[in-house]
Design a protein around this ligand. Structure first.
Ligand SMILES: [Fe+2]
Length: 445
């Protein structure tokens, strides 16, 4: 009898002891993988220039960053929930034109006008309780292949249009295609869904990382804000909670010779735009911010607007409608969002060189400007399970073009002809050519 009691007491002491030591962390086996040997390093563009970030092992020091020949330690960026993101994230803000290096890697100077931009979106592997993609099969989930092919173009900017994280539920052991997949808003899932497959492309150029609706506060918002928020963290007061919307960003890129603004990129956070939980006041802030930014935009300069959900798309046969159309907007939150949509759509009348880039629809679509609305390009075919072609009325307007397979887009700028686009398959074959980023056509063979 006493023996049994002692055994129970000993077991309770051991379990309690482990809890004190590790706060139950001993249960989770985090896969740090490459981070143990070499940090994952990238640069993001921001209105102030850029932020260089590095993920290192949990107990490692932040790397030293060399800026204009002088060494600085990178600063820690603690996560809101340490248990979910155990590797150490480090960061350092940079300003336009600075020479920045970590070890042997030299970063593209922030603020420099790019010549070649890779655009992609909707890249994560979908594992939910209702649908499962074969994450272990490169043909079914080709994001790694796409990142590798896109990196071969040697871009000087990469734009991701959002939806990085799709593994929301555990994959049953009986389903081989996703067996063993991590899930939830934590380091292991971000590593599998984004950092591992994106590695070759992450190393080539600075990135602009748009927030998708899968990175809203109910899903992977905490992870997106930890890794990609466009601000450096105040270490005294780290962000305590997920934010429903982050401020609208206006990034201006200048020519090297005359130092003139030659490309404006307006980046909107619409992650929670369809949530019934956010209030009208939040939308009003968003509309006000957009108005302030739009005051600066003029017709002389090429402008890109980046937002996850398309403002226009090839018409749907039934079901979903573009975000700007009534019916998709939550009934009681609609007015400010509709106003914002109208403001962006109306920009087409003011700016003849404006293109809106979105994802969300899992396909490629180009919808050229008409009646003053801007060009809309949808590049949401980066790896996540595709939308079926039957969902869309593809024949309604002969000027629209669609590509219902996996792939990515490359934008190229030349002094004489301005910007043009090419749409590639996941395997790197050219599918469409888009003059002026407007009407896309099959390439002449
Ligand atoms: Fe998506």
């Amino acid at each position: 009898m006493w023996n049994r009691k002692l055994r129970y007491a000993a077991a309770i002491v051991v379990v309690f002891g482990l809890f004190l030591i590790d706060g139950w962390g001993f249960i989770a086996k985090w896969n740090l993988g490459d981070v143990e040997d070499r940090p994952i390093v990238w640069q993001q563009l921001t209105p102030g220039g850029g932020i260089v970030r590095a993920i290192v092992a949990q107990d490692a020091e932040c790397p030293i960053i060399r800026v204009n020949g002088k060494d600085y330690p990178m600063r820690r960026r603690p996560p809101a929930a340490r248990r979910a993101f155990p590797p150490r994230l480090c960061e350092f803000p940079v300003t336009p034109g600075q020479d920045v290096r970590i070890d042997d890697r030299q970063f593209t100077r922030a603020g420099r006008l790019p010549k070649k931009i890779v655009v992609l979106g909707d890249t994560g592997c979908r594992v939910t309780y209702y649908e499962r993609q074969d994450c272990n099969d490169a043909a079914e989930w080709p994001f790694a292949k796409i990142a590798k092919e896109a990196a071969k173009h040697d871009p000087d900017l990469v734009i991701h249009l959002g939806d990085y994280h799709y593994r929301e539920a555990a994959c049953p052991d009986s389903i081989g295609g996703c067996k063993g997949s991590p899930w939830g808003d934590n380091w292991e899932t971000w590593k599998a869904d984004f950092f591992d497959p994106a590695a070759p492309l992450l190393a080539t150029a600075p990135w602009i990382l748009v927030r998708g609706n899968h990175e809203d506060c109910e899903r992977a918002g905490a992870g997106w804000l930890h890794f990609f928020a466009p601000w450096v963290q105040d270490q005294e007061r780290p962000d305590p909670n997920c934010r429903t919307l982050t401020p609208t960003q206006l990034i201006e890129l200048r020519t090297g010779t005359k130092n003139e603004v030659a490309l404006r990129i307006l980046q909107l956070d619409t992650a929670d735009a369809e949530s019934k939980y956010i209030d009208e006041e939040t939308y009003q802030d968003w509309t006000t911010q957009l108005d302030e930014k739009l005051e600066k935009v003029d017709s002389e300069v090429v402008s890109f607007v980046l937002l996850h959900q398309p403002l226009r798309s090839v018409p749907f046969r039934k079901g979903t409608t573009p975000i700007c159309e009534k019916g998709r907007v939550p009934v009681n939150k609609g007015e400010s969002l509709i106003k914002t949509c109208d403001a962006i759509l109306g920009l087409g009348k003011k700016l003849n060189r404006l293109t809106v880039f979105s994802g969300d629809t899992h396909a490629f679509q180009s919808i050229p400007s008409s009646s003053g609305t801007p060009n809309q390009l949808i590049v949401g075919n980066g790896g996540t399970k595709l939308d079926p072609e039957t969902k869309f009325d593809v024949k309604e307007d002969a000027r629209n073009r669609t590509y219902f397979d996996f792939g990515f887009m490359v934008l190229e700028r030349s002094e004489e002809d301005g910007w043009k686009g090419q749409v590639y398959s996941a395997g790197g074959d050219l599918q469409l050519v888009c003059e002026d980023l407007s009407e896309c056509k099959k390439p002449e063979s």
